[in-house]
Design a binder for this molecule. Structure first.
Ligand code: ADP
Ligand code: MG
Length: 259
């Protein structure tokens, strides 16, 4: 961001998605999706299974190429400036991606090597990252010794090792017991508050949305709402996110039952 004045760089959103559509064959799964994640914001991407959340993440991370619309991370277009964009991005994917026969430290050092640092610098950054998620004392244990929630925390640590501006988390709490879910969410919310990272949190679980969050409702590939939670309730004449979601989408099942 050297070419921009500090004040302007300060305001550049962590993520801007504008007018993005995507099809698998002749099946359109994203339809003109736009959303913004400001720096230091926690934005919930709320949608039923099949809404298109993971497809959007695959476009942001460039697993797929976006052919329509633009995606920019801290102002860097992911197609035109992929390395600048991706070095500012951390991701926790829906499926788990740690080597269970390696230790926490070994997994993280391997990731550091992919980002081009090795030796003591890598070990130190791994240690700092594990501290962020409260697992520094488990560094030399094998991944297979951890609980599901701890595993997720290691993945969050790994995603933070290169100090990204934007963190994407795809259904990070699915399959966890209530206590682990709460601890994972708290860690991520603390990263937003203390590290200033912008978070896009994809979920189908209504109770993960707080009144102070911004929420983007994605339904059948379309953004039906994007804004603060209180306005969502006012606009739909409802008193809960669950009710508002049903009202907006016309679905009869609750979002949690549909999972
Ligand atoms: P979500 O993450 O919100 O559950 P997805 O992005 O995984 O939704 O899926 C959106 C839609 O796209 C679903 O109908 C899904 O079946 C379809 N889909 C996802 N990936 C593929 C693929 N690789 N090929 C064909 N269809 C896909
Ligand atoms: Mg998904």
């Amino acid at each position: 961001m050297a070419s921009k004045a500090p004040a302007e760089a300060e305001r550049t959103p962590a993520l801007v998605v504008s007018g993005v559509s995507h099809s698998f064959g002749d099946r359109q799964v994203l339809d003109n999706v736009s959303l913004t994640v400001e720096q230091g914001a926690f934005v919930v991407l709320l949608g039923l299974n099949g809404a298109g959340k993971s497809t959007l993440f695959s476009l942001i991370t460039r697993l797929y190429d976006n052919v329509s619309g633009q995606i920019a991370i801290r102002g860097f277009d992911v197609r035109r400036k992929p390395s600048e964009a991706l070095q500012r991005l951390g991701v926790v994917f829906q499926s788990r991606t740690l080597d269970i026969d390696l230790t926490l430290m070994q997994n993280l050092r391997y990731h550091a090597a992919l980002h081009g640092f090795a030796g003591r610098a890598a070990a130190e950054s791994a240690r700092q990252a594990l501290e962020l998620v409260g697992l520094a004392d488990r560094a030399n244990e094998k991944i297979r010794a951890l609980s599901g929630g701890q595993l997720r925390r290691v993945e969050i640590a790994r995603s933070m090792m290169h100090h990204p501006d934007l963190l994407l988390l795809d259904e990070a709490t699915v399959g966890l017991d209530l206590g682990s879910r709460e601890s994972v969410i708290k860690i991520v919310r603390d990263l937003v508050a203390h590290e200033g990272v912008g978070v896009l949190w994809a979920t189908h679980l209504m109770d993960e949305v707080l009144p102070t969050d911004r929420v983007v409702v994605l339904h059948k590939g379309k953004v039906l709402y994007d804004g603060p939670v209180p306005q969502l309730l006012t606009q739909t004449g409802t008193t809960s996110v669950r009710e508002a979601f049903r009202n907006l989408t016309g679905t009869k099942t609750t979002i949690d039952e549909a999972a």
